[in-house]
Design a protein around this ligand. Structure first.
Ligand SMILES: [Zn+2]
Length: 178
């Protein structure tokens, strides 16, 4: 009995390996501080007013990395997922929850509703310039994780943007966990 108890204690939930999870990815949604400022100002970083509207139910939300449910209040903003000014620092349209949300709490895991193709995986060097040679297309219904692991194992790839296949809109970034 003592042994059984000690085994139970040794395998408490906090000690179990993450099932199916890969702990060496760092998923980066819209920066929470920037998002809070945008929502508070009711204007995005490019001067567009935040206009809440009901979701149709397909929109990928970049604040909490899930698909909007129909009739939720969402907004379309301009966002640049870069931290330094450079010719590669593109700005583009992204959907967010119109009001504060919980954000994306599972940094070590890909978002369940946004983890399969078709997607363009756009690769960047450490200085946030575009690494053209490693850009990768992931086909419809294919899981993104193997391709992300492959790309982030290449020494020159510092970050990968997961983007829509056709429009190339930014969805989220992934880095190797440090
Ligand atoms: Zn959200």
């Amino acid at each position: 009995m003592r042994d059984a108890v000690s085994v139970f204690r040794q395998t408490s939930p906090g000690d179990l390996p993450r099932l199916g999870g890969m702990s060496d990815l760092n998923v980066v949604a819209i920066d929470p501080g920037r998002l809070e400022s945008i929502r508070r100002a009711r204007t995005d970083e490019h001067g567009n007013e935040i206009v809440a509207r009901p979701a149709e139910g397909w929109e990928p939300l970049r604040c909490c990395l899930r698909i909007a449910r129909a009739d939720e209040q969402i907004a379309l903003i301009s966002y640049s997922p870069f931290s330094v000014r450079s010719p590669w620092a593109e700005v583009g349209p992204v959907f967010i929850d119109a009001e504060a949300c919980a954000g994306y709490p599972f940094a070590g895991e890909l978002p369940a509703e946004l983890r399969s193709g078709p997607r363009i995986l756009r690769t960047y060097y450490a200085d946030e310039s575009l690494d053209y040679d490693d850009i990768t297309f992931v086909r419809e219904d294919e899981d993104l994780e193997p391709a992300l692991h492959d790309l982030l194992s290449r020494p020159q790839v510092a970050a990968v943007h997961v983007r829509a296949a056709a429009s190339q809109c930014f969805i989220y970034a992934v880095r190797a966990a440090s």
